[in-house]
Design a protein around this ligand. Structure first.
Ligand code: TRP
Length: 325
């Protein structure tokens, strides 16, 4: 199976990235039958950050360091940068010709972001075309599986529709890609909303341990549980949601003792802190080591781009053929 996914390089990754998508990247990478492509979507970053491009390249390195720290392996996966493979652009252009404008205006992610993001002017053609570029990314490698977070599902649906339209117009060339979600497709942030950099409610995958302490301390747990022996509602508690994503063996015990008022929130937080430190500390060490060697990271991306270009070229040849160019 061909696996492809990407992330916009917006800086260091957080637990939402890991439990929402990366976990699946790692699983898929381990299957020998898969050919995996993981891409820094730096052109996608440009759709919202076009007015300040100064950080995009550094952010790619930061992000790739995090990918490697959690276990992406450049010997098994092709790790590359979208802007190094010009074929993404060519396919984007071709697909944009056959995409009805209504599909773009109706895309739920487009509507949401236009409503929510007020500090940037998103009234531009590139932002409207975001899902077309993502479709080009996916189709250029004849992808079967796209491991993504739940927020990206509308874009995958969009891609599947583009495949239908392309097939109808020119004949069968592309496979219809399928999404793969993690069990915890949505990870909550410190304030109970979805974990997201723009909400400033994240825990970094490589959070400094002191910062982690203060972030966990500030979490508001179940507002109805004030004293230790008040009956708790773990399903509505952010701390408990972290136990869930960490897949803690004591999940049921914790739930029961919280509900029965036998366990206080301080104990819960202390326990969670231990678990997170156990998870994050090795990643911290690994990242420190990786980020100190910029050349090594750049080398990996360069090697990945080289491989990606070869495949992209082969696909473009097939596309030219069905388009009779
Ligand atoms: N839109 C995705 C995100 O914001 C990133 C992305 C770009 C992507 N191209 C892709 C994901 C292709 C999967 C496949 O997270």
């Amino acid at each position: 199976m061909v696996v492809l996914s990407g992330m916009r390089p917006t800086g260091r990754l957080h637990l939402g990235h890991y439990f929402g998508a990366l976990q699946n990247w790692l699983k898929l990478q381990e299957c020998n039958e898969n050919k995996c492509y993981f891409m820094s979507a730096d052109w996608h970053a440009l759709t919202t950050d076009y007015s300040d491009t100064s950080k995009i390249d550094d952010n790619t390195l930061d992000m790739v360091a995090d990918w490697l720290a959690v276990g992406l392996n450049p010997k098994k996966s092709i790790i590359f940068k979208q802007s190094c493979v010009p074929q993404h652009n060519e396919l984007f252009l071709i697909l944009s010709m056959l995409t009805p404008l209504g599909w773009l205006y109706r895309c739920p992610t487009y509507k949401d972001q236009i409503k929510e993001i007020k500090n940037k002017d998103l009234n531009n053609y590139g932002f409207l075309g975001y899902p077309i570029l993502m479709s080009a990314d996916i189709l250029l490698y004849m992808t079967d599986i796209v491991p993504i977070g739940a927020d990206q599902l509308p874009h995958l649906e969009f891609t599947r529709n583009i495949v239908k339209r392309f097939t109808h117009l020119y004949g069968k060339l592309f496979k219809t890609p399928k999404a793969k979600l993690t069990k915890e497709a949505k990870v909550l942030g410190l304030d109970g909303r979805k974990m997201s950099k723009s909400y400033e409610n994240t825990i970094l995958l490589t959070e400094d341990i002191d910062v982690l302490h203060s972030k966990i301390n500030k979490i508001i747990t179940d507002p109805l549980k004030i004293k230790q022996n008040d009956l708790g509602h773990p399903k509505q508690c952010v701390v408990f949601s972290f136990y869930q994503i960490l897949n803690s063996e004591e999940l049921l015990t914790i739930q029961n003792s919280c509900e029965l008022g036998l366990r206080g929130c301080m104990t819960c937080k202390r326990n969670l802190m231990d678990k997170l430190v156990e998870f994050i500390k090795p990643l911290n060490n690994e990242r420190k080591h990786l980020i100190s060697d910029r050349k090594y990271l750049e080398g990996i991306i360069k090697m990945g781009c080289h491989e990606a270009i070869n495949i992209a070229n082969a696909t473009m040849k097939k596309i030219h053929k069905v388009l009779k160019f």
